[in-house]
Design a protein around this ligand. Sequence first.
Ligand code: HSE
Length: 410
Amino acid sequence: MAKIAVLGFGVVGSGTVELFYKNKDSIIKKAGTDLDIKYILDIRDFPGSPFADKFTKSIDDIVNDDEVTIVAEAMGGVNPAYDFVKSCLEKGKSVVTSNKELVAKKGAELLAIAKKMNCNFLFEASTGGAIPVIRPMHRCLAGNEISAVAGILNGTTNFILTKMINEQMDFAEALKIAQDLGYAEKDPTADIEGHDACRKICILSSLAFGKHVYPDWVHCEGITKITAEDAQYAENWGGAIKLIGSVKKTADGKILPMVRPAFICDGNQLSHVSDVFNAIMVYADAVDQVMFYGRGAGKFPTASAIVGDIVDAARMNGTSVSQTWEDSADNSFIADYKDDVVSVYVRTKGVSQAKVSEAFGTVEYISRENQPADELAFITPELKEKDFDAKLEALGGEILGKIRVLDMED
Ligand code: HSE
């Protein structure tokens, strides 16, 4: 018998409790042991809730109750989630979490505590929502050397970009719908500025390459500068614009994690991933490439991953089998993105083709309907990122947009 505590009764926490009771009988069979939720921690009151007898406002009730062996954290943010999770792990309770910020910033430390205490720290729900990707990368792909991971890791921005492009909806309206559907973070800046995707690529990078990658070390750009015109050019070029989180091994043995919007050609499956869906491509020596796809955000998709981890924690009670990685003292293993070789979409105003050729050599021009006479859009040949800005400056005129093009294995 295992008793569970759920920390946080927001969108994901309430989804976890509801899903658990909806499918309780089959969940217990899969866990191989009886399970029940004993506590729900939240500072708010929920009068009339069917779970009224389970609410507590004190983490001590949970930490000091030896009957509770599994804790599901769905509070979000580092404080106070970090203190709560650490206290539970130090008592030998397994913790499962959907909190990507916590894992991205404190994962190495919490994994080490879990290992020492012979319990588990599991976080399938932290990346890709409903998509099983953490456990498959850790277990099913264990025989591989991973060379790169690239994915659409944020449901809110993918939803917004899809609405803007397919329904000509404006940014604010699309964001409001994403918030109403429970996809967005409490502060949606984390979604639209790429910070949420950054936390997720930190988790996947740490998992793939065995050393903790902290968010401050990752070059990150969001989607706020993307316009309908850029989207139209992308379509006419034969692709789409997506917010991509990626990491790859570089020739000098380092790794390069990054988050940025990217032009993706139609031949790449990521270009066809729409709405709240996420997709993650993993490139590895034995499998070549595998793709994980599904709903990346939302109440029940995320709860699905949490409940899956609860079942795993129950089955593995008394054994520490969590994925693990080393902490990293510094970022000397992270490559400088300015040394990367890129090809870039550029949209200019008041620049001549002669100037473009002078700066970049032969480029691929793209056109759009109602293109103003003084507007030029083109894709540069490959060049080092550090040389790009100087060439752009040499164009003169106005730069209306610049978006990197994604390689198949970027
Ligand atoms: N705000 C996140 C997203 C939630 O939109 O992907 C899931 O992590």
